[in-house]
Design a protein around this ligand. Structure first.
Ligand code: 5GP
Ligand code: MG
Length: 175
């Protein structure tokens, strides 16, 4: 398996992001909203670097992609979310690919009454974005490869890996 980002590099970058976010929010209470399931490992690490009054909330977003390259409709499940009215949100996702998921979720949280929504993604794929959107915090820019580990899955496997790796072709073809 080709390791793209080691656990040491992830740890160092999460340290930096935590310090940056702590400084930017300037003592204001943060509601961290994680996008299930890929956010879980990143969220658990990042919140322990926020020197802040912090609330945690979760939602799920999935787009059904068939074999076609164009993704299907985005479904948002937010029944676990508390009342968002007046909250300053830090929306956390594992990876920004086309940008559809995160931009839709920002609109969704604003429609639920959030006072502000900042966004943080661990990874951003270069050259893939189709929706104009600029996240506030990015961990790493990566090449256009399918990646797994540190929360990211392939068929719900590999999330537990402590590093980010490129999924080998053999994992998808069975050879
Ligand atoms: P977007 O809406 O930005 O196109 O897609 C974002 C979502 O697609 C991510 O939250 C993630 O679930 C999934 N995704 C995109 N690229 C990858 C990848 O390389 N690996 C994994 N595991 N998921 C990806
Ligand atoms: Mg996702």
């Amino acid at each position: 398996m080709q390791v793209l980002i080691s656990s040491e590099r992830i740890r160092d970058r999460v340290d930096e992001l935590g310090a940056e976010i702590t400084a930017d929010f300037d003592g204001q209470p943060i509601t961290v909203v994680g996008v299930l399931t890929g956010c879980l490992v990143f969220l658990a690490d990042l919140i322990r670097r926020l020197n802040h009054p912090t609330h945690i909330a979760l939602l799920q977003a999935s787009s059904y992609r068939g074999t076609a390259t164009s993704p299907g409709e985005l479904t948002v499940r937010d029944e676990l979310l508390p009342d968002m009215t007046g909250r300053h949100v830090l929306l956390l996702d594992d990876i920004l690919d086309t940008g559809r998921t995160i931009s839709k979720l920002v609109d969704h949280l604003k429609s639920k009454g959030a006072a502000s929504v900042r966004t943080c993604v661990l990874l951003r794929k270069i050259g893939r974005q189709t929706v104009e959107f600029e996240p506030d915090y990015v961990g790493f820019a990566i090449p256009d490869k399918f990646v797994i580990g540190y929360g990211l899955d392939f068929n719900d496997l590999y999330r537990h890996l402590p590093f980010i790796a490129v999924l080998p072709d053999s994992a998808t073809t069975g050879g």
